[in-house]
Write a protein that binds this ligand. Structure first.
Ligand SMILES: Cc1cc2nc3c(=O)[nH]c(=O)nc-3n(C[C@H](O)[C@H](O)[C@H](O)COP(=O)(O)OP(=O)(O)OC[C@H]3O[C@@H](n4cnc5c(N)ncnc54)[C@H](O)[C@@H]3O)c2cc1C
Length: 520
């Protein structure tokens, strides 16, 4: 009782709304700097899209239910806050199985270029031209990423400033100014190679290769921490959340779960907040670390238009890895990103089909096996038995496709995804899926609508709303430094994925919103 009374006794310096990883990062920076911080989370658990769960209660396997790989989290945030969280590299970048004239093979790309990768390109394309184009393209992007990444934790620069600082006009031109499809089409000729490149522009983004939103998604997927490497979170995403919770609390943040904010009213005196359970709080600054559309809704404002979520996420527990028709060791094939139905022409055709209101025929999807890199999410018993996990992310399944018949449409999407996977497997996936005691498979699937219901992602958009380029337009420059979370009220900031430079598991939006308050 006393604890609850204290919550209302004093005015908070900052209230953070939303206990996803960004809210926790913001709260940690602010409380570490001496601010009195209250974090209000609607759900009964912290983490939002970075939760790990025991999805199949009979098995001690703690899967990253939603997000699963880390690239964008800057080392600086990890060091500043002393986050005891490790990410592990993957030796294999990607494997894309294909069939030509009844022969099964795969495009295998190692994380560091090697002869196996070169030979794999040669077998697919018949020359070394595509391999050279690949190395040149990703070499340029690696340099671009290294130069761009540090700006993410600084006040926003304008388009012209950052372009000048980068001093890489050619790359700037194809990454920022022209649709990403143009450079892919001009540098690469093979449909499958083009598709593998394009996928980074489409994760969580319902567009075709010639819409600029694809460029922004591509940029975010390739500049992470200056390397663009997608790494495996040791212990799963939940490990990051547990660490952030520990740090926030150690600096004095008070966390209230089951406290959905329903009213936010700023006046000359501060910001007044109410929650579903009828509690009222007061603060000087409010950091909104849930989707901006929810803030708009709470304040009775109209949100800017945004794309809907367009992915299904499937988590599976396997008794062992399935063998592949191509004969490759599954421990190699599934260690990196495993692409299916992601040729360039098929990705664009699938987009058109979904846009016309129909589920794509052969669902473009990608998968990876977490436990090949990090078995610590499994109990020793499951490790000893050889169990593995598979994480599947299906593209171009726009939220609208699920409106009429949510469970029927999801079942159809899952059936289509597994059938596509089986085309390349010697052992059908069903033969290696773990089974619960009632005979059902250990598999769970989430549509965009499920994401909205469970973790409040508007229409299932994994980035809350459309990503913005990580700079401001020249005309929007002002004398006061801008961090990307500004709203039309000087004491209310967006601190989650929907901020400029938010999106993905990065903590950048949380860091930047905290800086808006601390460095004002
Ligand atoms: C299926 C899926 C796969 C993904 N894969 C990856 C990946 O592999 N790598 C990657 O980098 N990114 C990935 N992402 C994107 C990434 O997870 C998110 O962009 C990021 O985690 C968002 O973090 P956040 O803290 O800003 O917001 P969220 O995690 O969305 O947290 C917001 C929190 O606010 C709470 N909340 C909402 N409304 C209220 C309210 N009214 N009052 C109080 N609290 C409220 C919610 O309950 C939630 O806990 C994925 C996302 C999804 C859904």
């Amino acid at each position: 009782m006393e604890f609850v009374a204290n919550l209302h006794d004093h005015r908070w310096d900052v209230i953070v709304v939303g206990g996803g990883h960004n809210g926790l990062v913001a709260a940690s920076y602010l409380s570490r700097a001496g601010k009195r911080v209250l974090l209000l989370e609607a759900a009964s658990e912290l983490g939002g899209a970075t939760a790990s769960v025991r999805a199949f209660p009979e098995f001690d396997a703690r899967l990253s239910r939603y997000s699963y790989l880390v690239s964008l989290l800057p080392d600086q945030i990890v060091q500043d806050l002393g986050i005891n969280f490790t990410t592990l590299g993957r030796e294999v970048s990607s494997y894309t199985p294909y069939e030509v004239d009844g022969r099964h093979d795969g495009l295998s790309v190692s994380s560091d270029w090697d002869t196996q990768t070169a030979e794999s390109f040669l077998r697919l394309t018949g020359s070394d031209a595509e391999a050279k184009a690949w190395q040149r393209f990703y070499g340029e992007i690696a340099e671009f990423a290294q130069k761009f990444a540090p700006s993410m934790l600084q006040p926003l620069k304008t388009r012209s400033q950052i372009r000048r600082d980068m001093d890489m006009d050619d790359v700037w031109d194809y990454m920022i100014e022209k649709p990403i499809g143009q450079i892919i089409e001009s540098r690469f000729t093979n449909d499958l190679v083009r598709g593998v490149v394009l996928t980074d522009a489409l994760i969580g983004t319902f567009v075709d290769s010639h819409q600029m939103q694809a460029n922004i998604c591509f940029l975010y997927h390739l500049i992470g921490n200056g390397t663009g490497q997608w790494r495996v979170p040791k212990g799963g995403m939940g490990a990051l959340v547990r660490e952030l919770e520990r740090i926030a609390i150690s600096h004095g943040t008070t966390i209230q779960l089951n406290s959905a904010v329903t009213s936010i009213e700023p006046d000359h005196d501060g910001v007044h907040v109410k929650t579903t359970d009828g509690q009222s709080y007061e603060c000087t600054d409010l950091l909104f670390a849930a989707a901006p559309q929810i803030l708009d809704q709470i304040q009775g404002k109209k949100s800017r238009p945004s794309l809907q979520g367009s992915q299904i996420k499937i988590n599976m527990l396997l008794t062992k890895l399935p063998r592949l028709k191509s004969g490759i060791d599954p421990r190699i094939a599934f260690a990196g990103t495993f692409h299916i139905n992601e040729s360039y022409s098929h990705l664009n055709a699938s987009y058109e089909k979904a846009k016309a209101g129909q589920m794509p025929n052969r669902l473009p999807l990608e998968m990876y096996c977490h436990t090949l890199t990090d078995s610590s999410i499994l109990s020793q018993e499951l490790i000893d038995k050889g169990f593995q996990t598979l994480t599947l992310f299906g593209l171009h399944t726009d939220a609208s496709l699920f409106d009429k018949d949510p469970s029927g449409a999801l079942d159809a999407a899952v059936t289509s995804a597994l059938a596509s996977l089986n085309e390349y497997l010697e052992d059908p996936i069903e033969s290696v899926l773990a089974k619960n005691s009632d005979g059902s498979y250990a598999i769970e699937a989430k549509s965009p609508l499920d994401l909205e219901a469970a973790i409040s992602l508007p229409r299932g958009n994994i980035f809350h709303r459309d990503l913005d380029f990580p700079f401001i337009e020249d005309g929007a420059a002002s004398d006061t430094p801008q961090w990307g979370g500004e709203t039309d009220h000087p004491h209310i900031f967006i601190a989650g994925a929907g901020a400029r430079r938010g999106g993905g598991v990065s903590g950048i939006a949380g860091h930047n919103a905290a800086m808006s308050v601390l460095l004002r």
